[in-house]
Design a protein around this ligand. Structure first.
Ligand SMILES: *Cc1c(COP(=O)(O)O)cnc(C)c1O
Ligand code: SF4
Length: 329
């Protein structure tokens, strides 16, 4: 019993690695050579142990480690990279709703994440404390109610699954009152990085809905898909939740044909459809993750030649001011 209690997702979240020496120690790596204390001043290291378990000990080039370990390259200022490459941040904090694309709107409830991905544009906005106030939530719901063209509400963040089951149930029940909403989409990295979050309480909260539920997970590499992850994906499928994946194309992490194919195959095996492969958002401090458009196109041609069509994600790019993602391939 006691073991079970100490192993709740909230405990696991609290016990996430937050220090470079501690993480490097655990992975039997030499701290001095790799991690950078300075690079994590604005955007601290944060990685749940369940994600670390999928890393290879003693390998400084592990594709999962590279996603989360602060390094000196982040400190370089590179032309063409900015602090708000997708131009979302003002809209986000003022109303809690981002309605840029026809038919769907994002609802931002929390700014925090269980993991800090070094390539993310959020790195430059440590808005971890952002919470939708009661008033803003009312306004956001009224907005959805008044815009009949919105068929789908997307819970995004940060990571919406960091909200409590009760809070999610409250939102779902509010959405149930809005007849023109057909679908609720959740964008979360938790099924991958903290699978313990997908528990019965959550499934119960989600399945109270009379709408279709879509979960878009965020997995960049097949090594992230542990047995535990496959189990929670199965749980969600059994509950009628449709599972999609989005990835980011990342240099020296997944920018090769073998790994991209392996990722799609493995995702499908556990019931997740490849959806998007994003070109990097050009946020300051992420230039070392960039894969050029030409290279990305060439990779996609090769992936397309090897995989069944439905296993090939769409290569997309987000452009500030556009009314949808730009499909590159
Ligand atoms: C990505 C995004 C969506 C969802 O786009 P889909 O192409 O439907 O996945 C919706 N709104 C905003 C603002 C987005 O950035
Ligand atoms: S928003 Fe997603 S990609 Fe960015 S840090 Fe959070 S979990 Fe990672």
């Amino acid at each position: 019993m006691i073991k079970l209690q100490n192993n709740t997702w909230q405990h696991q979240l609290r016990d996430a690695f937050k220090s470079i020496p501690e993480l490097c120690d655990y992975l039997e790596l030499n701290t001095i050579d790799i991690g950078s204390i300075q690079a994590q001043q604005n955007f601290p290291l944060r990685v749940p142990k369940s994600f670390v378990e999928n890393m290879e000990k003693g390998n400084p080039n592990d594709p999962l480690l590279k996603q989360v370990l602060p390094i000196n390259a982040e400190l370089q200022t590179v032309a063409g990279f900015s602090d708000d490459p997708v131009g979302d941040l003002n809209a986000m904090t003022e109303t809690g709703v981002i309605h840029k694309y026809h038919g769907r709107a994002l609802l931002i409830n929390t700014g925090s994440c269980a993991i800090h991905c070094r390539y993310c544009f959020r790195r430059n906005f440590p808005y971890n404390d952002y919470q939708l106030s009661k008033q803003k939530q009312q306004n956001a719901l009224a907005y959805l109610q008044n815009h009949h063209e919105i068929k789908e509400v997307i819970l995004s963040g940060g990571d919406p699954l960091l909200l409590s089951d009760n809070k999610l149930a409250e939102l779902i029940s509010a959405f149930n009152q809005i007849p023109h909403l057909k679908r609720i989409r959740i964008h979360s990295r938790l099924p991958i990085v903290l699978p313990a979050r997908i528990n019965k309480g959550l499934i119960d909260a989600l399945t109270q809905s009379n709408k279709q539920i879509i979960m878009v997970v965020h997995c960049n590499h097949a090594n992230e898909l542990s047995y535990e992850v496959s189990e929670v994906c199965q749980m969600m499928q059994l509950a009628g939740i449709k599972l999609l994946n989005q990835s980011v194309l990342l240099k020296d992490i997944n920018d090769n044909v073998v790994e991209l194919c392996r990722l799609s195959e493995r995702l499908f095996e556990i019931g997740v459809m490849p959806y998007y492969l994003h070109l990097l958002d050009k946020a300051q401090g992420t230039a070392h993750f960039e894969v050029s458009r030409a290279e990305a196109l060439s990779l996609m041609e090769q992936v397309r030649a090897r995989l069944s069509g439905y296993l090939v994600p769409k290569l997309v790019q987000e452009e500030a001011g556009a009314n949808g993602k730009t499909v590159v391939f």
